[in-house]
Structure formats: structure tokens, C-alpha cells
Ligand binder design. Structure first.
Ligand SMILES: Nc1ncnc2c1ncn2[C@@H]1O[C@H](COP(=O)(O)OP(=O)(O)OP(=O)(O)O)[C@@H](O)[C@H]1O
Length: 291
């Protein structure tokens, strides 16, 4: 088992990454050009011999927010982890199918796992800043892990830019040297979003990012999601139907009935899916009749 440059362990990890810089407008160009389409094709997933997803295909368009909804255990988080190659970190896990980022398969043999994780960032259910590290260094933590170099001025600008985009700059600009652990839960989650943005992801995956937060912090994160949609393609898992309706443009309803693997029952425009779902099971779920 080797250690990759994100600090995680994995059988397919790679090591040497060419240094990059964040200075200048060319930074974005060198890292791809902003939000990308993400497409899953015939994705199936297993834990050991337990199949949990069956031939799931879904397009998550650039500059849109796609919500993944469905009852507990239907495979939403597994699907999300497959989208940035985190699924393969679990020893018993395997998968089939393709995940295309602007048409390029992130699982191609010639593509580095670290590149997929940099281009496709992840924000987790529980905010996970480095608690003893300063807010400033928290934002930049992903740069070091990805071997991206920055001058002092470049770092300062990037910290301000990412905290602004994450909706946190005004609250913390005078205390950037304080530790990440000193923030409230909602602020910590926005710090994690800022940290994800610092490596210029083309897609941001969010796994129930508000489930540990109070209503005010939840609303603030939802505002942040709305502001970010032109910067980065967003895919969010949520159990909160009102939240899915508020934040997403398109929606996919997952279901694993009676022990069968999860599938997408219905997907499409969020407003249409909530107002007039095509499938009776979708109607029951979005109207709170099960799950
Ligand atoms: N690390 C794991 N090892 C073995 N089985 C797992 C693992 N993680 C998830 N599973 C199983 O895979 C299936 C799908 O789980 P997953 O967490 O993806 O569903 P989910 O829809 O995200 O659920 P929830 O809404 O409760 O988070 C479930 O049967 C779960 O028990």
C-alpha cells in the first residue's frame, strides 16, 4: 500500500506531481477551464459480493446543481464517492462503468487518481477542517497536498478569493491566524468549501453538507451553493426535500427496493420532478409518503 499526494492511502496511488503555481490568471487555464460536465455511464458498485448500485447513468451538467435524493441505503453516497475515485479506497469495494469529466474517463489507466480528486472536490457531512491549523493555512492545505506552489501575494489573494466565494470572508478576515477549530459548525463547513475551492475544482461534490448544521447555517450554505453554481458544477446528496427543491436545477431519485441494488428511478428538471413526477414511487418519496 502506498501513500498518494492527498495524504490518503490507496492501491492505485501515484507519487510525483509536477509543481504548479496559483499566481496569475493563467492558473485557471492550466487547471482546465472552470465548470465541467460530469457523466456517469452504467455505473455499478459492490462491497464484497453485495451489489449496491446497478448500471446507473446520469449527466450532471456544468454550471448546474444536481441533487441526489432517495431513502437511506439506496447508494447515493456510494455513487458520489465513485464520482471522484474515493470508492476504491475501501478495501472490499469494486465498481464497473465509466465516469466522464468533459468526456474524459477519470478511471482511464493513464490518468492520475490525484488529478481526479483535485478536479472533483468533496465536502463531507461533518465539517472536517484541520482544527489546530489557522484559517489561512486551512484554505491553502489542498495546495500543498497537490504540489501547487504559490507566492506570498498569490496565497493572500487566493485565501481572500476562496473565503469570499464560500461566504466567509467578512466574518473571518480579521482573524485568519485563529485555528479552524475555533469556528462555529456552519463557519467550519464554509471553511471546508473554501479549502475545496482553492485547488480550482471543476466539480464540487457535497454529501449532506448541512445535516450537522442549524437552520441559519443551513440557509447560509444554500446561499453559498447558489453563488457558486457559475464557478463549479455541483452535485449534492440531501435528505431534505425542501433543500433539494431550493438549491438544485436537476434532481435524480435513487431507490433500492427490497434488497435490490440502487437504481435511478427518475431524473430531470427539479421543479418538474417535484410538481409532476412521472413515476409513482418518486411522487410518494417527494411527498414524504416513505423514506
Ligand atoms: N464501507 C462499506 N462497506 C460495506 N457496505 C457498505 C459500505 N458503505 C456503504 N455500504 C452499503 O452500501 C449500500 C449503500 O450505502 P450508501 O451509504 O451509499 O447509501 P445512501 O443512500 O448514501 O444512504 P444514507 O442516505 O443513509 O447515507 C448500503 O446497503 C450500505 O450498507
Amino acid at each position: 500500500m502506498s501513500t498518494d499526494t492527498t495524504g490518503t492511502t490507496g492501491a492505485t496511488a501515484t507519487t510525483l506531481v509536477q509543481p504548479r503555481t496559483v499566481d496569475g490568471p493563467e492558473h485557471r487555464q492550466r487547471h482546465g477551464d472552470g465548470p465541467a460536465d460530469l457523466r456517469a455511464e452504467d455505473v455499478s458498485a459492490w462491497f464484497g459480493d453485495h451489489k449496491v448500485l446497478d448500471r446507473v447513468s446520469l449527466t450532471m451538467p456544468a454550471q448546474q446543481v444536481t441533487a441526489l435524493i432517495g431513502p437511506s441505503g439506496c447508494g447515493k453516497s456510494t455513487f458520489l464517492r465513485i464520482l471522484n475515485r474515493m470508492h476504491e479506497l475501501i478495501g472490499s469495494a469494486s465498481l464497473a462503468g465509466r465516469v466522464l469529466l468533459d468526456g474524459e474517463d477519470i478511471y482511464d489507466r493513464g490518468r492520475r487518481i490525484t488529478r481526479a480528486r483535485r478536479e472533483i472536490g468533496m465536502v463531507f457531512q461533518k465539517p472536517n477542517p484541520f482544527p489546530a491549523m489557522s484559517l489561512y493555512d486551512n484554505v491553502l492545505a489542498g495546495l500543498k497536498l497537490n504540489g501547487i506552489k504559490a507566492s506570498r501575494d498569490g496565497r493572500d489573494d487566493l485565501v481572500e478569493e476562496c473565503l469570499t466565494k464560500a461566504g466567509l470572508w467578512k466574518e473571518v478576515k480579521d482573524r485568519l491566524r485563529q485555528p479552524g477549530g475555533a469556528l462555529s459548525g456552519g463557519q467550519q463547513q464554509r471553511l471546508c468549501i473554501a479549502r475545496s475551492l482553492a485547488v480550482r475544482p471543476r466539480v464540487l461534490l457535497m454529501d449532506e453538507p448541512c445535516s450537522a448544521l442549524d437552520p441559519t447555517s443551513t440557509r447560509r450554505i444554500e446561499e453559498t451553493i447558489a453563488e457558486l453554481r457559475t464557478e463549479v458544477t455541483i452535485v449534492i446528496v440531501t435528505h431534505n426535500m425542501q433543500q433539494a427543491a431550493r438549491v438544485s436545477d436537476t434532481c435524480a431519485f435513487f431507490l433500492a427496493s427490497h434488497g435490490t441494488p440502487g437504481v435511478i428511478v427518475e431524473h430531470g428538471d427539479t421543479d418538474a420532478m417535484f410538481a409532476s413526477p412521472r413515476d409513482e414511487r418518486t411522487s410518494d418519496y417527494v411527498n414524504g409518503r416513505f423514506g
